[in-house]
Design a protein around this ligand. Sequence first.
Ligand SMILES: Nc1ncnc2c1ncn2[C@@H]1O[C@H](COP(=O)(O)OP(=O)(O)OP(=O)(O)O)[C@@H](O)[C@H]1O
Length: 250
Amino acid sequence: MSAITIKDLNVWFGVSADRSYAVRDVSFEVADGESFGLVGESGSGKSTILRAIAGLVPTWSGKMTVAGETLGPKRSKSFYSKVQMVFQDPYASLHPRQTVDRVLSEAMELHEVQNIDTRIGRLLDDVGLGTGFRFRYPHQLSGGQRQRVAIARALACDPSILLLDEPTSALDVSVQAEILNLLVDLRLEHKLTYIMVSHDLGVVGHLCERIGVMKDGRFEEVLTVDAMRRSEAQSPYTQHLLESSINSIR
Ligand SMILES: Nc1ncnc2c1ncn2[C@@H]1O[C@H](COP(=O)(O)OP(=O)(O)OP(=O)(O)O)[C@@H](O)[C@H]1O
């Protein structure tokens, strides 16, 4: 079954003569439990697709069915209990005056989750922090630890889908692999479906089964990560992208 079906998605910004399209006629499906990567040059529309799914862009057309809901202009509260987003910058995404405990409790209170106390302990274990971090403030955490908290917050209401917007690119190289491996483990343990945006084909190759290659708001092609590793791209643009990243994808 498909966890995500996107059909003829267009997203634009501005009105009348100032209207410009960030995403054009994009269609793809992501199966339950699959991890789908979005790659392509800066400004090609990758993040906008995630933001459209998450209800963060006002103007779009097409049909999006996500976690069993056909999406309209606004997202329901129940949608956000099934679909959560993890952002690139763990420094900007946590409130400086909230402890880890508060961040996680707030996410659960919003969705009326039961047994919050026990669940916080379990979430902190799941993301490899442990309860010793429970009452720390963001400034007492490293970048990698902050991103673990952001991931724990995304998992707080037990979603089935995570939208990952470059979740490792703001981190030190040594920490990137740790967070990536955590995401690999969490997908299996929590039976999650991912869409992940990344500039880095090596990262996408590690985490995804298939990738959509974007250029100027459109899909150039969708290919499997196996095909990517064998450099079996159909479009010259994708081929060029693979050749320029040859060392990171093998
Ligand atoms: N709120 C906005 N208002 C106007 N234009 C926007 C807005 N958000 C995005 N855009 C434009 O939409 C296009 C796609 O942006 P998007 O952030 O989706 O690209 P991206 O592929 O994720 O890029 P990057 O890899 O640099 O994050 C860009 O041209 C961008 O300038």
